[in-house]
Design a protein around this ligand. Structure first.
Ligand SMILES: C[S@@+](CC[C@H](N)C(=O)[O-])C[C@H]1O[C@@H](n2cnc3c(N)ncnc32)[C@H](O)[C@@H]1O
Length: 383
């Protein structure tokens, strides 16, 4: 029995999603790795969570992201973009997975104030539904910028400027692994029988076993039964970004940790989380395509993959320090009395120690770019 009452449209989506999964699994010999299941649940054409018309963001959706908590988040990020754009002549902004488009509008409005507008604001968005939503948001909030915004189907060549990805890495499909009784590595697979999805642990592929081996060679052996996640798409993704980037900075913002904390012995059940209507759902096999599935980011893996792709690590800090470095407190002070209480409340949520201020991190990677970044002013000492 489903614990959540579904609308007729959601029931139809579930039927079609199960048919899709059945076809995929039959073609794959009866089961797929968890990573492929997560990819289908989030991105299957017309059916996946991010590509079908679910509301997702904001109070009526399943979760809230920083650009929706306060416009000061995007304005502070715009301050950082302005500093990069000053040094990369004729530079543009490229945002990955732009959500509702609210960050696009708020960044451009702030850059207009700073007289530091990018040549173009490019968006690489996997979801046709979200592309439309982004265009509507920009049309409502900042219509004079619509002609400056362009949606891409693939990465551009020779890009100069700032690349932004807020909560994109956590939406990438991950492999789930477990340390087996014999010290070997197992990987989770998903199958479908009699209309029910189920999980099985199998011996891991060489790629997954090798990646777990790398973690263990750094941190020591993981305990028997230890379960966690791996994002093997990071390396090819960052390699393609590095290839497309001629000069500039990539800013990645997400909840995550350095490797030592990510694979801490106490985090023995991993970081995978699901959200449906603002409730945490324990089971990723429930409501495929209707609930969000997400995993924390191993920022050590991001830095390593970036270096391997020829990108330089320009900074890493928690969100609170990064936003303060970008002047979020000055933005609040300048906001005027009318909006002050509301903005102060939002800023508190973004900077809260023990909350978003610490659980979210920002990493800057760059190529052909010299100079410090305001958001990472405290980073040098903590390196
Ligand atoms: C949690 S949402 C965040 C949306 C928005 N950035 C925000 O902060 O509100 C994750 C977004 O990442 C996008 N995404 C995931 N993988 C991507 C990729 N490889 N390239 C571009 N976008 C991607 C998803 O389509 C989705 O729009």
């Amino acid at each position: 029995m489903n614990a959540f009452p579904l609308t007729p449209a959601q029931q139809k989506q579930q039927l079609e999603m199960f048919e899709y999964l059945e076809r995929e699994m039959a073609q794959a010999g009866g089961a797929v790795p968890f990573q492929r299941y997560m990819e289908i649940a989030l991105y299957a054409p017309g059916l996946g969570y991010y590509v079908a018309g679910a509301s997702k963001f904001g109070p009526s959706g399943d979760f809230v992201t920083a650009p929706h908590i306060s416009p000061l988040f995007s304005q502070a990020l715009a301050n950082q973009c302005a500093q990069v754009l000053e040094r990369v002549a004729g530079g543009s902004i490229l945002e990955f997975g732009a959500g509702t488009g609210i960050m696009v509008a708020d960044i451009l409005l702030r850059l207009e104030q700073l007289e530091s507008l990018p040549a173009q604001y490019l968006i690489l968005e996997l979801s046709p539904d979200l592309r439309e939503r982004q265009a509507r948001t920009i049309e409502n909030k900042a219509p004079h910028f619509l002609s400056r915004v362009r949606w891409l189907d693939e990465l551009p060549e020779g890009f100069r400027g700032v690349m932004l990805a807020n909560e994109v890495l956590d939406a990438m499909p991950v492999h789930r692994f477990r340390k087996g009784a014999d010290g070997g590595v197992e990987a989770l697979w998903v199958s479908l029988a009699n209309g029910r999805l189920s999980e099985q642990w199998r011996s891991a592929s060489a790629e997954v076993a090798e990646a777990v081996g790398e973690i263990e060679s750094e941190l020591g052996e993981l305990a028997e039964g230890y379960v966690s996640e791996l994002n093997l798409a990071l390396r090819p993704w960052l390699a393609s970004l590095a290839h497309g980037l001629e000069a500039g900075v990539l800013l990645l913002i997400d909840y995550g940790h350095e490797r030592r904390t990510y694979y801490h012995p106490q985090r023995s059940m991993g970081t995978l989380r699901c959200h449906f209507r603002h409730q945490a759902v324990g089971d990723p096999l429930q409501l495929p395509g209707l609930q969000d599935i997400t995993a924390h980011v191993d920022f050590s893996a991001v830095a390593q993959a970036g270096r391997a792709a020829g990108l330089e690590l320009l900074g890493y800090d928690n969100q609170a320090n990064f936003l303060l470095g970008c002047g979020i407190d000055r933005l609040l002070a300048e906001s005027g009395p009318a909006h002050y209480p509301e903005l102060a409340q939002g800023i508190k949520q973004l900077l809260l120690p023990g909350g978003m201020g610490e659980s979210f991190k920002v990493m800057g990677l760059g190529k052909g770019f010299a100079g410090d970044l305001a958001g990472f002013r405290g980073w040098e000492s903590g390196r």
